[in-house]
Design a protein around this ligand. Structure first.
Ligand code: ATP
Ligand code: MG
Length: 571
């Protein structure tokens, strides 16, 4: 491709709305263009990357025996009503009506539709197992679309669904997808870890997420370098810290004027936050519940949701008015004693003695409180693991890091097949529910994750396997005939060898061409300058600093060698 013919719109300035490296670079390199909040168009360069990523996924899915299909994105409501997810998705679901007033949605994920399809097509045990997948746009009206295609409202997903007869069959289908995902992300050179994930709201018996390590990741991962345990913080089990127990002292009310936060309590009472228990009120649907965790801990809302068995959109912090109404005090003085709503206490509270809690009275706390002073409705693990905690598997220290969830694999069981009556006839002619797994890759998010890991202050450094083009040929001056002729020759030679080449034949200054080259990040750059007459060119890799002089033929050969070595084609 000649850049002079290409729709390339690079930006020098960092767009104000873009907070993360990948978002900035995707806009600056002209890969995507924003249409509305969380809605993006892919421009020619971006679209080529998207195709590369999709094709890697496709090859790896096919290699594991999965079959590609394509479902509509516009979906009738019925299957979602049958599974209950018409309600569960709440405001995240884009809904619409047709001219006859029938309900439709734009598919947020397709479990129901695949289940319905397999129900119609599969009758007998002889037709199982099956794994189907598609690569398609998904729609979620995210509360906070941000970071460009990392969290958008329309995004490309590869979603796959397996249907088996037995648990062992499901395990096998799941392992195949696990392998496909490892191969896929390996081929993109991504540094990722596979973590245990929460499977609460979706039901099911186990799930893992593929996390790309990145500071901008919205997920927190807890991992143990000693035993290899890794889990999403949403899921990671917490081991209560043992504190030395004291003899119970008599409880007393203390005057704590204007002392509302843990920090304020720590400085007012001059003790450690481990001696306080905070009581946080949540609105859980129609009900209010109080959650107690140690002063230095955070409530884990996913664990709370799973315990309460409610949907995400039905849980929020109670409003100031509700807190006032329920506790009879201003925000900051809630406590478990004499509270009229159910108290859910974290397990670690049982380790505490003579601690401080809010007194449900403005400007007062109780000190020397002990677990016998109140009756929690439940004592569960409801806090988030953090640095300094111990590994739930081996007891060694846990560390945390940020990650981007690029993939998620899930043992679903029979939740959807039961709900939609997706059965097969077994060898005895008896109907049985199929056992399902579901497997997603955020295709567009993966592109952003690659950029997070492969970029510098000047731009993107594409791994060869997903680069929009493999080689960029730059004639320094379009006015020098010998340069133009040699650049054209290299361009044609490379194309003849099947290399994907860009020729920067614009009449721009060379400084502009180099800036764009770094920004769009093509892996190999061949510059044809003053030594064109001697058949000598400059060869530079985007991943390296060195500029090496080669003859034109050597440069072509080196480029082909580098691409072959780094493309990570399917094994
Ligand atoms: P998240 O926790 O990030 O909201 P999720 O767990 O809801 O994601 P899944 O339902 O597991 O997402 O979807 C499969 C994959 O689709 C995710 O692993 C992620 O890579 C991608 N994905 C999900 N939501 C978005 C989004 N809003 N924008 C881009 N990619 C997304
Ligand atoms: Mg997920």
């Amino acid at each position: 491709m000649r850049i002079s013919n290409m729709l390339l719109s690079t930006l020098r300035e960092v767009p104000a709305e873009a907070e993360t490296t990948s978002h900035q670079l995707m806009l600056r390199a002209g890969l995507i263009r924003k249409l509305a909040a969380g809605i993006y168009s892919f421009l020619p360069l971006g679209h080529r990357v998207l195709n590369k990523v999709e094709n890697i996924i496709r090859e790896e899915m096919d290699a594991q025996g999965a079959q590609e299909v394509l479902m509509s994105a516009l979906l009738p409501a019925e299957a979602y009503q049958e599974s209950g997810r018409w309600e569960v998705f709440g405001p995240d679901m884009f809904r619409l009506k047709d001219r006859n007033d029938r309900d439709f949605c734009l598919g947020p994920t397709h479990e129901e539709i695949f289940t319905d399809t397999v129900k119609a097509c599969v009758k007998s045990y002889r037709q199982l197992p099956q794994t189907l997948y598609q690569i398609q746009a998904k729609y979620r009206d995210e509360r906070r679309p941000r970071f460009g295609v990392m969290r958008s409202r329309e995004f490309i997903m590869k979603d796959a669904y397996s249907f088996d007869m037995t648990k062992e069959g499901l395990d096998e289908s799941y392992q195949k997808m696990y392998r496909a995902y490892c191969n896929t992300f390996d081929r993109m050179n991504l540094d990722y870890i596979v973590v245990d994930a929460d499977s609460g709201a979706m039901g099911g018996s186990g799930s893992q997420e593929f996390m790309v390590k990145s500071d901008t990741g919205e997920d927190t991962i807890a991992y143990c370098s000693a035993c290899g345990y890794a889990a999403n913080v949403e899921k990671a089990e917490c081991v209560p810290e043992k504190l030395s127990k004291e003899e119970a002292k008599p409880m007393a009310k203390i005057h704590t004027p204007n002392v509302r936060t843990i920090e304020e309590l720590v400085s007012f009472l001059k003790t450690d936050s481990k001696h306080f228990a905070k009581t946080i009120l949540y609105q859980a649907g129609e009900n209010v519940v109080a959650v107690m965790v140690r002063g230095d801990r955070e409530v884990n809302e996913v664990k709370l949701l799973n315990h309460l068995k409610i949907n995400e959109q039905d849980l929020e912090l109670a409003s100031a008015e509700t807190v006032q109404q329920v506790t009879g005090a201003a925000v900051g003085f809630a406590g478990p004693i004499g509270l009229s709503v159910p108290v859910i206490a974290d397990k670690e509270i049982l380790e505490m003695t003579n601690f401080v809690v809010g007194a449900n009275e403005t400007d007062y706390h109780f000190e020397n409180v002990n677990v016998t002073d109140f009756q929690p409705e439940a004592v569960i693990d409801v806090r988030s693991i953090t640095d300094g905690d111990v590994c739930p598997k081996c007891g060694k220290p846990i560390a945390t890091t940020q990650g981007v969830e690029v993939g998620h694999i899930f043992k679903l069981g029979t939740k959807y097949t039961d709900a939609l009556g997706c059965t097969y006839l077994d060898e005895n002619g008896k109907p049985q529910s199929m056992i399902m797994g579901c497997y997603g890759i955020g295709v567009s998010r993966t592109i952003a994750a690659v950029i997070e890991q492969f970029s510098d202050e000047n731009g993107i450094k594409w791994p060869v396997s997903v680069a929009p083009y493999q080689v960029l040929v730059i004639p320094v001056s379009m006015r020098e005939e010998s340069q133009v002729t040699l650049a054209e020759k290299i361009y044609h030679d490379l194309r003849a060898k099947g290399v994907e080449v860009l020729l920067d034949d614009r009449t721009e200054r060379v400084g502009v061409k180099f800036k764009d080259a770094d920004l769009i990040g093509i892996p190999v750059r061949i510059t044809v300058g003053k030594k064109a007459d001697e058949n000598v060119v400059e060869y530079k890799l985007r991943q390296a600093e060195e500029v090496i002089e080669y003859s034109a033929e050597e440069a072509v050969e080196k480029a082909c060698g580098y691409i072959a070595e780094n493309i990570h084609a399917q094994k």
